[in-house]
Design a protein around this ligand. Structure first.
Ligand SMILES: Nc1nc2c(ncn2[C@@H]2O[C@H](COP(=O)(O)OP(=O)(O)OP(=O)(O)O)[C@@H](O)[C@H]2O)c(=O)[nH]1
Ligand SMILES: [Mg+2]
Length: 383
């Protein structure tokens, strides 16, 4: 655990506008992340720079302003909407006299709070240790430079080396355990592939409505809630869809922009389900003004995990909020590319089912993708 002081924590958020697009939205998102982590946000301090200050990211003037806020409000943690280097983090903690974390650490903490299954907990612990280990290593290089190296190894450094060794050992244990769990999944997947059952994975931005859609389609009881990263574990149900037979549907962890890399790596096992699926239902909150950008963000993560070659149908969800009618959109080849529906009200769910039926009937292979990641797609048979 990252040891965020528990219960009723008061936070100050800091965002520095570096002139990149989406700054405001990502700051709004940071507020949601903070709320999801159980933090009470006292203030949001915004600054503008051409590039990050190497020592403190925000620059000394902005840091003074934040310190003022911390002193006045009694905040216990300051959250930066960026990736901080370990050195910046340390300098900031010294200057602000309070705990400083970055966006990645906040996301890791939410994952740590949410992890329920054995596998989920292992994955989060692995991600946290990897996050920590880069910090120890960088902290070490920093020390080395300061002290001048040879002959000056103090007890502090020895301790660091011991820590690193212990850490490396634990990381290995976790990876071994996860690998064994991965093998079990593989056995299940092979059995499904033998039975020629199509596998469909729900993917999408966090809070898009994946679990709600999963429950609506599979009559399931996945945890759906208005918070970021409600779902961490992959839940799988078998359902029968008229016109396409048995289908295995998986609900998965949601994505977000700037998902920390250790997390993506640690969740690789869970996300295997996505990589190997015969079809992705990419769920989108149609009521978000950010929806096209989020689609792009999700596709970026899908590419990172090697799932960009899996066929995809976009479900524009929350049409009730967006004020859109239910319906289909087709691509230039006449294939259904988008379905507009509402998982909550149920309007358009028949269209989602029909899209699945059409996809699998129209040559979309019901086979899962083999381990080498190369899709085994049945030839499209024209009528
Ligand atoms: N109005 C409306 N709300 C919806 C719809 N679908 C989902 N929601 C709400 O959106 C919120 C998020 O839904 P979830 O199903 O938990 O979203 P998710 O994509 O699984 O989110 P994570 O697991 O956190 O990534 C919940 O409060 C749902 O009730 C919809 O079609 N219309
Ligand atoms: Mg969910």
């Amino acid at each position: 655990m990252l040891d965020l002081p528990a219960g009723g924590d008061r936070a100050i958020l800091v965002g520095i506008d570096l002139g990149e697009p989406g700054f405001r939205d990502s700051l709004e998102e940071l507020k949601l992340l903070a709320a999801s982590a159980g933090l009470a946000v006292l203030a949001v301090v915004v600054g503008r720079r051409d590039r990050p200050d190497p020592a403190t990211f925000a620059g000394s003037g902005k840091v003074a302003e934040v310190r003022e806020w911390v002193a006045r409000s009694g905040a216990s943690v300051v959250v930066f909407n960026h990736s901080l280097s370990p050195v910046q983090e340390r300098n900031l903690e010294r200057a602000l006299h309070c705990r400083v974390i970055d966006r990645a650490a906040l996301i890791l903490d939410i994952f740590a709070q949410r992890a329920r299954s054995h596998e989920g907990k292992l994955q989060v612990e692995l991600a946290q240790l990897e996050h920590l280990s880069t910090r120890l290593i960088r902290g070490w290089t920093h020390l080395e430079r300061q002290r001048g190296g040879i002959g000056l190894r103090g007890p502090g450094e020895t301790q660091l080396e011991t820590d690193r060794r212990l850490l490396a050992r634990r990381v290995k244990v976790l990876k071994d355990k996860l690998a064994r769990l991965g093998q079990q999944r593989e056995v299940q997947r092979r059995a499904r592939a033998r039975a020629n059952v199509a596998s469909v994975s729900l993917v999408g931005y966090t809070n898009a409505g994946k679990s709600t859609l999963f429950n609506a389609l599979a009559d399931g009881h996945a945890y759906a809630a208005d918070q970021l990263f409600a779902t961490l574990d992959t839940t799988t149900r078998r359902l029968f869809i008229a016109g396409c037979g048995p289908v295995v549907l998986s609900d998965t962890v949601g994505f977000i922009r700037d998902l920390p890399h250790p997390l993506i790596a640690a969740f690789r096992a869970t996300l295997e389900e996505t990589v190997r699926a015969s079809l992705l239902l990419h769920v989108v909150d149609a009521s978000s003004p950010e929806r096209e950008e989020r689609i792009a963000q999700v596709n970026k993560v899908l590419a990172e995990i090697g799932a960009d070659a899996v066929p995809q149908i976009v479900v524009l969800n929350k049409t009730d909020l967006a004020g859109l009618p239910a319906g289909f959109e087709r691509d230039e080849y006449g294939r259904i590319s988008r379905v507009r529906a509402s998982a909550l009200t149920g309007v358009g769910l028949d269209l989602v089912r029909a899209a699945l039926a059409e996809h699998f009937a129209g040559g979309g292979s019901a086979q899962e993708r083999p381990a080498d990641g190369v899709g085994r797609r049945a030839a499209v048979s024209p009528p």
